[in-house]
Design a protein around this ligand. Sequence first.
Ligand code: GDP
Ligand code: IMO
Ligand code: MG
Length: 434
Amino acid sequence: MKNNTFVIVGTQWGDEGKGKIIDVLSPKADYIVRFQGGNNAGHTVVVNDEKFILHLLPSGIINSDGKCIIGAGVVVDIEVLLDEMEKLEKRGKNMDNLFIDERTHIIMPYHIEIDKAKEEAMGENKIGTTQRGIGPCYIDKIARNGIRIGDLLDSERFRDKLEWNVKEKNDMLTRYGKPVFDFDELYDRFIKLGEKIKHRIIDGVVEINEAIEDEKTVLFEGAQALMLDIDYGTYPYVTSSSPTAGGVTVGTGVSPKKINRILGVMKAYTTRVGEGPFPTELNDETGEKLRTVGHEYGATTGRPRRCGWLDLVIGRYAALIDGLTDIVLTKLDVLTGFEKIKVAVGYEINGKIYNSYPGNFRKSENLKIIYEELDGWKEDITQIKNYDDLPENCKKYVEYIEKKLKCNVSMISVGPERSQNIYRYDLIDKVKIK
Ligand code: GDP
Ligand code: IMO
Ligand code: MG
C-alpha cells in the first residue's frame, strides 16, 4: 500500500486540536484538502506564541508549500474566505496555492439570516449553531436549489439560480418577520466576488485523484467531528455535513479504497459548544477547572465550551465509524494536577448496558454512566518530547485508552505550540509522508 493519504478527523464534538495537528503534519504534505463544513470551523495554529485561527482555509496554508484545496463538500462564504486570505497575506502568508473545487456550494447572505432567524424562532429548542449559514446552505444543496462556486463563471446561469433563490428566501424571511434581500444588489455583489476568485476555481476531483495516483502525500482536514455528524452525531444537535472519515469520499470524489491512514484527533477529556446531549459533562468545579486550564472558549464564536471527562463510549463509536488507524491524543497537559481522572466506559440506560453510543439516545434522565477512575500525575509534561519521560500515571492513562479502543495512540500533543508533541509508533518517520 502506498500510504500517502491521511485523513485527520475529530472524534468528539469538535475543537480537539485538529488545526494544530494538520499544521504539524502539513510540511510533509503535497496537498491539504478540506472536505466538509464551512466557516463554522475554527482551527487554531500556534507558532512561537503567534496565533492563527483558520475558518475556511485549510490549516496547511500556514506551514506548507503544498496545494491547499477547498473540496467539493465544503460550503463557502466567499466574503469570509477573501477576508481570511487578506488577513493572512498581511501576516506574510502566501495564498498562491489555494484552490476551490467548482462544485462547492456558496453560503449566500440569505443563508446566514435564515440560520439566525430560525434559531431565534426555535427559542429553547435551538441548536446553538454558529450562525454562519451552514445548515440553510446545505439544505439548498440537498434540495437542489444551491448555487455552486462554478455557477459564478456563467452569469446567465447564476442569474437564473439567484432569481429563484431570492424569491424563495424572501418569502421565508418575511414569514420570520425579517428584512428581505434585493436581487440586483446580490447579483452585482456576487458577480464581483466571482471575479476575485475565478482563477482559483478548479476541478478538485481530477486534481486530487491525479495527485494520489502520482504518489503525492495528501492530508484530508476534517472540520467538526463525529458527534456533530448529520447521521451519526447527537441528532438534531449536529452540524449539517459528514465530518467522519466517510465524508472524505463524498466531499472530494476520492474513492474509499484510496484512503490509507485515518487519524482520529481525541482530546484527553471532552468539550462541546452549543446545545445537545453531553453525557460526561461536569457542571461543577472540575468542569470549571478543565475550562480554565484548557482555555476552553470557542475559536469561532468565543462561547465557553462545556467540559467533562473523556468518554470512551464515544471513543469506541469513533473507532468503529471512522475506522481509526491511529489516535492523536491532544491536550494531555491539561489533565496535569488532577488527583483522580475519570473515564466513561459504558452507559446504562433503562437497565441496558451500552458500550457504543446508542442511535436513539435523546435525554440523559435515565442514563447512568459507568466510570473507571485512574490516578493522576502532578509533573509538568509540556516540554516532554519522549514518551518514556512522561510520568508513569500519565503513560498508564495513554495505554489505558489504547487498550480500551484497540488502537495506537501514535502521537500526543502536550501544548498548543507546533513543537509540543510526543511521537510514538513512528507516525512521521516510518509512515511515508513525502
Ligand atoms: P480544532 O477546531 O479541532 O482545530 O481545535 P480548536 O483550535 O478549536 O481548539 C483547540 C484549542 O486547544 C486551541 O486553542 C489550540 O491552540 C489548543 N491546543 C491544541 N493542542 C493542545 C495541547 O496539546 N495542549 C493545550 N494546552 N492546548 C492545545
Ligand atoms: P471545529 O472544526 C465545535 C457546533 C455548533 C452547534 C452545531 C451546529 O472547530 O471543530 P452549525 O453552525 O454547524 O450549524 O452548528 O455544531 N459546531 C462546532 N462545535 N467545533 C466546530 O468546528 C463546530 N462547528 C459547528 O456549536 O452546536
Ligand atoms: Mg475549533
